[in-house]
Every structure is written in C-alpha cells, then in structure tokens.
Ligand binder design. Structure first.
Ligand code: AMP
Length: 219
C-alpha cells in the first residue's frame, strides 16, 4: 500500500499518518518533519528551507523533491509507505510519478483530508507537539493527559513557530493556490478518496481504516 495524504495544514494528516504507520506497519515520511529535522541540524537543505518554512511558503520544488525521493528509496517501498505533506505542487506530483516509476512501483491511493478554513485555523493554533519524539496534540481536540507534557515520552510540548495565526493564514493561502490543484490531478487518475477531516481523531482513524480495508479487499 503506497498512500499519499493530501489536505490543508492542520487537517490531521500527521496524526493519522502516525496511527496508520503503527496499525499497518508502513513507513510514514512527513516532508514537514524531515525539513524541521534538517533545519534543526543546520544542514545545507535546512539552511535553504528555513526562511520558507518560517513564513509559511513552500520550499522550492527541487529541494523537497530530492529529499523525498531519496527518503522513499530508503524505505521498503515495495511493501508500502505513507507520504504526508508531499507532493504539494503539480511539479512535485509529476516528479514523484517519475521517481517511483523508476523504482518500479506506483501510488495505490490518495487520501484527501477535507476541512473548512475556519475550522483549520482554530485547530492549528491549539496544536502542540513534543520537541523530542514529535507526538502531536491539540489543547482542545486531543489534549495530553497532563497539560503541556508528552504522553509518550514525558518531554515538554511546544507550539511550532509556523503555527502562529499570522503564519497559518499564509500557509492556508499557499495550500489553496498551490496544493489544492492536486485534488483534480489525483481525481483524474482515479486515485482520490475523500476523508471528512473535521471529525475527532478517533473518528477520522475509523474512516481511514474502512477505506484501507476496502482498498485491500479490492486488490
Ligand atoms: P507541514 O509540517 O507539512 O505543515 O510543513 C511545514 C512547512 O514545511 C510548510 O509550510 C512548508 O514551508 C514546508 N514543506 C513541507 N512539505 C513541503 C513540500 N512538499 N513542498 C514545499 N514545502 C514543504
């Protein structure tokens, strides 16, 4: 199963990618997590990406495409993988098609996490993540057991700098202008499955589970 998760920031793609990864034993690659890791270690990729990430713009296609294709090649891609946050533009989608064709595999399905902009802003500003293990929470919808402390590893939770309201508005504009056209791209290929992402995380997980079961049954 090679799955792409498409949808606006804050729609819960990262949370579901982690859950699906555990449940189905698939490697999840999050482009945002990879870029944040590169920024943290101060690599050449990180230095190039940092100004784009902090302003809510997309990093240049060539930078992210090279990183993600290398990431995919390093996974057991014949068994499957989950891509969260990549591709985000048409050139990235085309480069992904070519890159995985070279590996002799294709995309099984694209899950489109659908959600209204108004709900997104309130969800993102409540988002907190663990600075150590990357687990993601929401102060309103998915609170940790103890406020501001990670359930998984006990480290303090932090707010991402690009989750501030002004940056979120920019990220949403970027999404609508540059990434939303991918809905048609994958729909035309017959790969698109829409998920109602406004529900709570457990309910979204149940929808995703049903979809994956029906995809497996149809194979
Ligand atoms: P995310 O964690 O997926 O919301 O990504 C955080 C930020 O990383 C985005 O706002 C972009 O600046 C950058 N980013 C992540 N994935 C991509 C991508 N596929 N193309 C370009 N920029 C990306």
């Amino acid at each position: 199963m090679r799955l792409l998760l498409l949808g606006p920031p804050g729609a819960g793609k990262g949370t579901q990618a982690k859950r699906m990864s555990r449940r189905y034993g698939l490697t999840a690659l999050s482009s945002g997590d990879i870029l944040r890791g590169q920024i943290q270690i101060g690599s050449a990729v990180g230095k190039r990406a940092a100004p784009f990430v902090s302003s809510g713009a997309l990093v240049p296609d060539d930078v992210i495409t090279d990183v993600m294709l290398a990431g995919i090649a390093g996974t057991p891609y014949r068994t499957g993988f989950i891509l969260d946050g990549f591709p985000r533009t048409l050139p990235q989608a085309q480069a992904l098609d070519e890159g995985i064709e070279d590996l002799g595999v294709d995309i099984t399905a694209v899950l489109n996490f659908d959600m209204d902009d108004r709900d997104i802003v309130s969800r993102i500003v409540g988002r907190r993540s663990c600075g150590k293990c990357g687990a993601v929470y929401n102060v309103d919808f998915l609170p940790p057991k103890t406020a501001d402390v990670c359930d998984v590893c006990g480290s303090p939770l932090v707010q991402r700098v690009d989750d501030r309201e002004d940056v979120v508005v920019n990220r949403l504009k970027t999404y609508r202008a540059q990434t939303a056209p991918l809905v048609k791209y994958y729909s035309d290929k017959g790969l698109l499955h829409t998920i109602d992402a406004s529900a709570a995380a457990d309910a979204v997980e149940a929808q995703v589970g049903l979809m994956i079961d029906s995809l497996s049954a149809g194979k």
